[in-house]
Design a protein around this ligand. Structure first.
Ligand code: SF4
Length: 392
């Protein structure tokens, strides 16, 4: 039997029946329209349809939405634990030809402040990651025309040789597609070669909103929506697991947010290759609100709807890097089961002027206050154990 969702709820992370407080947060769809939808999808097996997802995104009752998402989260992850991973976000270059309108990180080829990471810098960053208790890196870069497929293979082989137990989570779909185009090799071959050189998994970056209209406006130099999905499909078929992401809050419509979710859910139905979904709002350049600003309520609503809609993606991560600890903590009551990465370094969001920092003990406190134990995990959501350390 499903959780009753016929009236507004107070947030209750234990999943026990609500006290009945309401919290209206704006929106345009009458609350009464959404309760039957929430009641059905909160029950085991209820699948959210596209029109229903749009109504939930436009609805006023954030608390009822969050309660339903939490019920689904507790069904998928019944243990009272919240997971996190320790890794380092390493950018191998800031030189990029894509020229995305929203990006404050990249530099054009030939720019005086463009750079490519050195082996010494890489070694130091990874050794610091091991010292902090992690054995994973998230490595991404701009679309740098000077870096060939062979350069990347050599980099991966070096990493694998120096750090045999390191989990290398690297190269988002736009980077893979760029390497394919630049080398004249099929995506499938590029992925095989990178995996043979040491690549373990692929981040879901560069997705933004997976519709061609939005991408043509914001990131015309990047892959289209169909190509992004194609790269992920090819990776999953080769056995490379990946994450899925969404950056919203720019020019997209509600229907386009739903289209993005639909593409992810459809591919996951085909391959089962996504481990997790992470969403965050666009961070305005310099921290200001020049563009349409997407605030905390929208973040929580988007996260809860994602938990309900993406019923075949097991994990939903909080984005404390963009939202800060308190909103990330609140999201634990609204569908999120993972606090994501305790990142030792983050450059892309920081370049836009958003700085949030945290520590393991603070993440533990956030989880405990919500009634959860914090558990460190690896990329595959297995309990973490220290892998092979670099040679002394
Ligand atoms: S978001 Fe990525 S692909 Fe786009 S300009 Fe920045 S570095 Fe390049």
């Amino acid at each position: 039997m499903g959780m009753p969702v016929n009236r507004p709820f107070a947030i209750d992370p234990t999943g026990t029946p609500p006290a009945g407080d309401a919290l209206a947060v704006g929106g345009s769809v009458a609350d009464t329209e959404i309760y039957p939808i929430l009641e059905r999808v909160a029950a085991a097996g209820g699948r959210l349809e596209d029109g229903e997802a749009a109504r939930l995104l436009e609805s006023a009752d954030l608390v009822a939405l969050g309660r339903a998402a939490h019920a689904v989260r507790m069904r998928l992850h019944p243990r009272k634990t919240v997971t996190f991973v320790i890794d380092r976000n390493i950018n191998y270059t800031n030189i990029c030809v894509a020229g995305c309108a929203f990006c404050a990180f990249h530099r054009a080829p030939g720019a005086g402040d463009g750079w490519v990471i050195t082996r010494e810098e890489l070694r130091r960053k990874i050794e610091e990651t091991y010292a902090a208790g992690g054995s994973q890196i998230l490595m991404q870069g701009g679309l740098n025309p000077d870096l060939t497929l062979e350069w990347h293979e050599e980099l991966l082989r070096w990493l694998r040789g120096e750090f045999p137990g390191l989990h290398i989570h690297a190269y988002s779909p736009p980077e893979i597609a760029f390497l394919s185009k630049r080398s004249g090799r099929a995506v499938d071959e590029v992925l095989r070669r990178l995996a043979a050189a040491g690549l373990n998994s692929i981040p879901g970056g560069g997705a933004e909103i997976l519709t061609d209209r939005v991408r043509a406006r914001l990131s015309p130099g990047k892959v289209g929506a169909g190509r992004w999905i194609e790269v992920m499909r090819a990776a999953h078929r080769l056995g490379l697991r990946t994450t899925a992401t969404m950056m919203y809050g720019l020019i997209e419509t509600v229907a386009e947010r739903v289209e993005h979710l639909r593409r992810l859910r459809d591919l996951q139905g085909e391959t089962g290759g996504f481990t997790a979904f992470i969403n965050w709002p666009f961070q305005p350049r310099g921290g200001g609100h020049k563009e349409r600003f997407s605030g905390a309520f929208d973040y929580l609503r988007m996260t809860a709807v994602a938990r309900l809609y993406l019923d075949n993606i097991p994990n939903i991560q909080a984005s404390w890097v963009t939202q800060g600890e308190k909103i990330a903590q609140l999201s634990l009551a609204m569908g999120v089961n993972d606090l994501g990465s305790l990142m030792l370094e983050e450059n892309v969001v920081a370049a836009a002027g958003t700085h949030h920092d945290t520590t393991k003990s603070r993440l533990r406190a956030l989880a405990l206050e919500m009634g959860y134990e914090l558990r460190q995990r690896d990329f595959y959501y297995r309990p973490w154990r220290q892998r092979a350390r670099p040679a002394e």
